[in-house]
Ligand binder design. Structure first.
Ligand SMILES: Nc1nc2c(ncn2[C@@H]2O[C@H](COP(=O)(O)OP(=O)(O)OP(=O)(O)O)[C@@H](O)[C@H]2O)c(=O)[nH]1
Ligand SMILES: [Mg+2]
Length: 294
């Protein structure tokens, strides 16, 4: 096996079972990684084998955990680096798109008039009549479609099927303690995706991996400021990029949102310092936030 459980135990406080034989981990084992003030939950999954998406092994149920993840770590064995294509394929088969963006397309349903297609770029991979045909298959007979990207029929179906999720990934090459640098370079030449070389067992590059996970998740720092007090620059509240005031409130105390009157913000997300904002205001890195209660 590639060493997923060994890595989970190295990154977090978890004690997932480790063994030399395959299929040691049979369920999802959680662990908490603390890094630079952020608490990041990491889930160790059973290994994914070919055919997992069609129900082989622990299959679908395991794969669907990845659907709600903010980031997927694809762990490869240094002697089997081409496994990464299979992992992405199996995830793709159940609607999880790894490192893809949803296509740039708007479908506006109308009550009559048939389907009109307004392509703002030259379409090479799909024809306008094909777009119309596919829409009809999905029961849409009247719509305005604006296409801003040369998409494929598969991408259009992704949008219409509405059960696709898009997650980003980091590829990790484990067990580098067993090879030399020349071997790692050869692996890099033979697979196109970049990876982070580590050894979970010999603790090589674990800090670099933590840093990469932290950066990929795009955290921001919010400095809380008590009313009429000074901002706490020492211990920022760490939250995901794009978080709203409400989401930050929920991190501080469950009941704060019931007592919430308004918030005041200083920083990049507002036009002027001390601007009053509501619960749905989106914060940016290094904003200063004061919550005013009822
Ligand atoms: N040499 C070396 N061995 C490792 C490394 N990481 C894990 N191993 C060994 O690889 C074997 C499998 O490790 P596990 O962590 O159980 O692998 P897993 O991916 O969780 O396996 P499953 O749960 O069965 O899918 C164990 O014998 C580990 O000691 C490493 O970095 N280097
Ligand atoms: Mg395991």
């Amino acid at each position: 096996s590639v060493g997923k459980s060994t890595l989970l135990n190295r990154l977090t406080n978890a004690k997932s079972k480790i063994a030399a034989y395959q299929f040691t981990t049979l369920t999802v084992v959680p662990g908490m990684m603390e890094y630079r003030g952020a608490k990041i939950q990491i889930l160790d999954l059973p290994g994914i084998i070919e055919g997992a998406s069609s129900g082989k092994g622990l299959g679908k149920r395991v794969l669907s955990v990845a659907r709600n993840a903010d980031l997927v770590l694809l762990i490869l064995d240094v002697f089997n680096p081409h496994h990464s294509a299979l992992l992405k394929k199996e995830l793709g088969n159940i609607g999880i798109r790894v490192d893809e963006k949803p296509p740039d397309l708007v479908i506006e349903k109308t009550s009559s008039g048939g389907i009109s297609v307004n392509a703002q770029v030259k379409l090479k991979k799909i024809s306008e009549s094909m777009i119309k045909d596919i829409l009809r298959v999905y029961g849409i007979h009247n719509a305005r479609v604006i296409v801003r990207e040369d998409l494929t029929d598969e991408q259009l179906i992704d949008v219409l099927a509405e059960n696709r999720t898009y997650v980003s990934s980091l590829t990790v090459l484990n067990k580098i303690d067993l090879v030399n640098q020349g071997f790692i370079n050869e692996v890099q030449d033979s697979i196109k995706t970049d990876f982070i070389p580590i050894s979970a067992d010999a603790t090589i590059n674990i800090e670099a991996l933590k840093e990469a996970i932290f950066n990929k998740l795009n955290f921001i720092r919010i400095y809380m400021r008590p009313r009429n007090g000074e901002p706490d620059y020492k211990e920022p509240l760490i939250t995901r990029n794009g978080s709203t005031v409400l989401e930050v409130c929920n991190k501080i105390h469950r009941n704060i949102k019931d007592e919430f009157r308004y918030a005041m913000v200083w920083g990049k997300s507002v036009k002027f310092g001390g601007q009053k904002v509501g619960m749905n205001h989106r914060l940016l890195d290094e904003d200063v936030l004061t919550i005013v209660k009822k």
